[in-house]
Design a protein around this ligand. Structure first.
Ligand SMILES: Cc1cc2nc3c(=O)[nH]c(=O)nc-3n(C[C@H](O)[C@H](O)[C@H](O)COP(=O)(O)OP(=O)(O)OC[C@H]3O[C@@H](n4cnc5c(N)ncnc54)[C@H](O)[C@@H]3O)c2cc1C
Length: 389
């Protein structure tokens, strides 16, 4: 798909959650203007948590003054924040940076007559991203309660019938109860409170949310891009939703920048975006299904890197440029797993090697914090590493 260079593109963003405001900020940094269509009063308050690397990405784009909204959970690598205050902070930053804010009630239905691209950042509503596919119909009941002396540590309890989490900032505690069978929600909630040692009279119901994984079948079209939950919504156990919202916002800005400013044909940018969404979905659904594939590969046998090398798009300095990557069994492509360059795994296992040898070599090569066993499991699950004997 070729996109002619556009000098003053009109970007409309539907949704003022994390992904919408973050994308608007990123576009301003790249020199574009944008309008956010905001549905007021639809936010709910709840504490969520993100891994440390997400706080760093935020600092890069939004500046460090959004960080006070995020508090580091005690004794952990997670940062906790109240989601509506955090989204509000990002929206304010976007407005201060010159982004226009309008009420979603006034948005014309025939948006394509007025803008060059519409960003669907409406979360799980995925209002412009249909058709959407869902895996399951699990529901989360969210409660808030006053801060207790037990602190800000994250806790999870699980049974056959439900799992529940408790997460807190210094001034708010959220309890989420995810029931596997909707008939038993009342019993699940009671039991979750009992296990956390919470008096139900202290807790106040906040909201009921769908939480099974869901994804847009086409996260990118010629005049529409879906970001965050509208593109792919994670199951909350992963704690990856905000990370994905920010990652897709950055990527969507790079795709548009490449479409509009890159002199060469830029199909690779569009392909890159679709693959980014697919890779996240496949990786998450594979993790949820468990490591069945991994179990079938012997722990003591030889492993060989057998994925095919291909050329794909990657983000560099706000643009999407071609770079080598590895083809997964389902046709999607991957080069980086977090901060790990998979070509390093390929270099060490291009001929069959024992798992023990590979672990030893990777431990020496990769940064100290890398969990090499998890990396190898992931490569086996995704068939980058296969049995070499
Ligand atoms: C129970 C639960 C717990 C979670 N816990 C975590 C966690 O601990 N860590 C984590 O990283 N993620 C967590 N998530 C996921 C995380 O909340 C989302 O991934 C993240 O908020 C997605 O951001 P978003 O901007 O894409 O969507 P949202 O934050 O949902 O924002 C979408 C915005 O669009 C607006 N909107 C909707 N329809 C329209 C419309 N028609 N027009 C205009 N605006 C519209 C909405 O009002 C909202 O403001 C959790 C999710 C659930 C359900």
């Amino acid at each position: 798909m070729l996109h002619p260079r556009v000098t003053n593109p009109r970007v409309w963003i539907a949704g003022a959650g994390v992904s919408g405001s973050f994308l608007a900020l990123r576009l301003r940094k790249l020199g574009y203007s944008a309008t956010i269509w905001h549905a007021p009063f639809s936010r709910y308050k709840a504490v969520e948590s993100v891994p440390r690397k997400v706080a760093l990405l935020l600092k890069e784009v939004a500046g460090s003054d959004c960080i006070p909204q995020i508090e580091r959970a005690m004794l952990s690598e997670f940062y906790c924040f109240e989601r509506s205050a955090f989204a509000e902070c990002l929206l304010k930053k976007a407005i201060d940076a010159g982004v226009e804010l309008k009420s979603a009630h006034d948005m014309p239905a025939n948006w394509d007559l007025y803008c060059d691209v519409l960003i669907d950042a409406t979360g799980r509503a995925a209002a412009w991203s249909g058709p959407v596919k869902r895996l399951g119909r699990e529901i989360a009941d969210l409660f808030e309660m006053p801060v207790d002396r037990r602190g800000m540590d994250r806790q999870i309890v699980a049974t056959e019938a439900f799992w529940a989490y408790k997460v807190a900032t210094s001034n708010q505690v959220t309890i989420g109860v995810i029931s596997r069978h909707q008939k038993n929600t009342a019993t699940a909630i009671q039991e979750a409170f009992r296990r956390f040692g919470i008096n139900p009279a202290e807790a106040r119901f906040v909201s009921r949310r769908f939480c099974s994984p869901q994804w847009a079948l086409t996260p990118l079209a010629k005049h529409r891009l879906s970001v965050g939950d509208a593109a792919f919504a994670y199951y909350p156990l992963a704690g990856m939703g905000v990370n994905f919202a920010l990652t897709t916002a950055m990527a969507a800005a790079a795709v548009l920048h490449t479409r509009w400013r890159c002199p060469a044909p830029c199909d690779i940018a569009d392909e890159y975006y679709v693959e980014l969404c697919e890779a996240a979905r496949i990786s998450h659904l594979t993790t949820l299904r468990g490591a069945r594939e991994a179990a079938s590969v012997s722990l003591v046998g030889l492993l060989v890197f057998s994925a095919k090398e291909v050329i794909t798009g990657v983000q560099r300095g706000g643009f999407v440029v071609p770079e080598k990557a590895y083809l997964l069994a389902d046709g999607s492509k991957v080069r980086w797993l977090g901060s790990v360059d998979l070509s390093q795994v390929r270099d060490l296992a291009h001929i069959p090697v024992s798992r023990a040898h590979l672990v030893e070599k990777l431990t020496k090569t990769l940064p100290e914090r890398t969990n090499v066993q998890v990396l190898i499991e992931w490569c086996i699950q995704h068939k980058l590493l296969t049995s070499g004997s």
